[in-house]
Design a protein around this ligand. Structure first.
Ligand code: TXA
Ligand code: MG
Length: 319
């Protein structure tokens, strides 16, 4: 189907992607239409083998090979200078292109069989949480795409780290599964975390409200005890006027009996990262107006998780 210019959803270790032939501009146009994605938000090109790189990128710096050696295949996307073979629509007119080698066996098998570079944004409607199960893809895109390959639940659950290697200092545009510490350790130099504001987004995608459930999200940061106490205060203040759901680690569930509760599973940031987007979708289906959500420390995957949570949150409570 991809070789015929159609768009197919498939699993990766981060989130499900919606794939199309990167060298076929009319196939790529369909991706924007299907997702309702703004045309100024560039797509990441997915490859199966490093041999395909010269097709999509030029002037590749040594830093790329160091990162490739350590993290590829895996949850890392790298921004490089684009080749002429990549149509402008892929990069939203930018002279650079995002490239990623996913690690999921189904993604790799698909990319190998396609024998073309494949663009793949997350397979959700623009603005909705990224899909981490095939059912989430169908929730958003059933009737708009001919197929989704079902690979079960994504292992990481948050989108890849995006790092720009075209600037003088390597710069993280989006935190993800590969952390800043990982990158600095591999490269042996300082890696910058791009600050972004609404006016000056780090990458085009960062200016859009993202990752968001329909419900309002209140994010609580502090120790488990403080977070529970602050959530219970909010519940008292709301006094039953709004339908409230809670997202937190399993062990906190007992404080919120009677409320729709989405468990992040066992304690710890990787379990929360894996289930975050599923939680947003699940509490949206439960038709809550407000989601009270536990925050996490920024260590390891925590910076990626908190990046998504801060962007989804309408209010933050630090206790
Ligand atoms: O984990 C992932 O990266 C998933 C899976 C499917 O591979 N894909 C994904 O794609 O998250 P998408 O389109 O939802 O997010 C791509 C992000 C956007 O924020 C976009 O602005 C940024 O990468 N991006 C892509 N190309 C870029 C470029 N040339 N320069 C700067 N940012 C770029
Ligand atoms: Mg996305």
């Amino acid at each position: 189907m991809i070789r015929e210019g159609r768009c197919v959803a498939f699993p990766t270790e981060t989130v499900y992607g919606l794939g199309a032939d990167a060298c076929n501009a009319s196939a790529v146009r369909k991706i924007f239409r299907i997702k309702g994605r703004p045309a100024d938000n560039p797509l990441i090109v997915h490859l199966w083998s490093l041999d395909q790189l010269p097709l999509v990128a030029v002037s590749v710096p040594v830093m790329f090979w160091i990162l490739a050696n350590r993290f590829m295949p895996g949850p890392l996307s790298v921004v490089l200078r684009k080749s002429a073979a990549i149509p402008d629509i892929v990069t939203a007119g930018l002279p650079t292109v995002g490239v990623r080698f996913p690690d999921h066996p189904v993604a790799r098998a698909l990319l190998k069989a396609c024998r073309v570079p494949v663009v793949a944004p997350s397979a959700n409607l623009s603005g909705r949480p990224s899909p981490t199960r095939a059912e989430h893809v169908l929730e958003d895109l059933d009737g708009r795409i001919p197929a989704v390959l079902d690979g079960g639940t994504c292992r990481i659950g948050l989108e890849s780290t995006v790092v720009d290697l075209t600037s003088r200092v390597p710069t993280i545009l989006r935190p993800g599964g590969v952390t800043r510490e990982d990158l600095e350790d591999a490269l042996g130099i300082h890696v910058r975390q791009a600050r972004h504001t609404r006016k000056h987004p780090a990458s085009p995608g960062m200016k859009y409200r993202h990752y968001s459930p329909s419900a309002e999200v209140i994010l609580y940061e502090g120790t488990r005890k403080e977070v529970v106490a602050a959530m219970l205060r909010t519940l008292r203040q709301l006094g039953g006027k709004k339908r409230v759901g809670v997202m937190a680690e399993e062990s906190l569930g007992r404080f919120f009996r009677g409320y729709p509760f989405f468990s992040f599973g066992l304690e710890g940031v990787s379990s929360a990262g894996q289930s975050l987007f599923a939680g947003f979708r699940s509490l949206d289906s439960a038709k809550v107006d407000v989601i009270l959500c536990q925050g996490f420390s920024e260590a390891d995957l925590g910076s990626a998780l908190m990046n998504r949570l801060r962007r989804a949150a309408t209010r933050r409570v630090r206790v």
